[in-house]
Design a protein around this ligand. Structure first.
Ligand code: NCD
Length: 257
């Protein structure tokens, strides 16, 4: 596993998935690697793939996977475990699995995506996947600077089955949402401002079968007083991540061989 950004859940669930499937995993700690001697990410990647059967890669550089693809550098399966502020496809798979497991079906759901929509890669991958379903998505940024303002991306999303509506506050969507998908402020990507906080008072306005999700880590946008509410799914969501990542690895490395 090659991670040049911090990670807890993605890293641990992938390592757990590998060992549960009978595999072994090696990791490169960046601050002990030749990256510290000025080696490029590209050379680090080429080195790493010499020693393994598949690679799980998290990078801050949003163009990294395109570069690998365009220059045909990958000789083994490469899994994107988070790419800059643009994509996190395995998170999207586990998010949709969570909705399906919690509510029985994804079609017909009204999903409110709340928070840092500009810099959250999990949101961008989630909407790309959700465009294959008949869902309504409410976009609820913390402030106008954190809105989803990439027209090319929004046009791509809306070519699918999604209906998109924009709101200014979580209070405008809490009563009619089936899913609330909270995200934190991506401070490390330059996002700033106040956040909304989902607490017991707001939860009291939500539907009986509301599903509250968060890719985690959370900051102040979720008050931990709601953790015991049965509608809170973010801890179960972590576990679905393990099953999804086991399935991905199984499909790539076991079932085809
Ligand atoms: C997310 C990520 O790294 O993009 N975390 C995760 O993988 N579960 C969300 C985040 O960092 O806010």
């Amino acid at each position: 596993m090659l991670f040049d950004e911090p990670s807890s859940r993605t890293y641990l669930s992938f390592s757990s998935a590998i060992s549960r499937l009978g595999g072994r995993c090696i990791n490169l700690e960046f601050n002990k690697s030749s990256r510290m001697k000025g080696e490029s990410m590209e050379d680090t990647f080429l080195t790493f793939q010499t020693y393994v059967d598949a690679m799980i890669v998290r990078v801050s550089d949003s163009s990294f996977f395109d570069m690998i693809k365009n220059r045909d550098l990958a000789k083994i399966p490469i899994i994107n475990a988070g790419c800059g502020n643009i994509s996190h496809p395995t998170q999207a798979l586990l998010d949709v699995l969570t909705m399906r497991e919690e509510r029985g079906t994804v079609n017909g759901l009204e999903i409110s995506v709340v928070g840092d929509l500009k810099n959250s890669r999990t949101v961008k991958s989630l909407l790309r996947l959700l465009k294959n379903f008949r869902v309504k998505v409410n976009l609820v940024p913390y402030n106008k600077y954190l809105a989803m303002n990439d027209d090319k991306y929004l046009n791509e999303i809306q070519r699918g089955g999604i209906i998109i509506e924009k709101f200014n506050s979580i209070r405008d969507v809490i009563e009619h949402s089936d899913v609330i998908y909270m995200t934190r402020l991506q401070k490390e990507r330059g996002s700033y401002g106040n956040t909304f906080t989902l607490d017991n008072k707001l939860m009291s306005k939500g539907k009986q079968d509301l599903v509250v999700m968060h890719p985690l880590p959370r900051n102040q946008e979720i008050n931990n007083e709601i953790d015991a509410d049965p509608r809170v799914a973010y801890f179960r969501q972590m576990k679905y991540g393990l099953w999804v990542r086991m399935a991905i690895l199984y499909n790539l490395l076991v079932s085809n061989n």
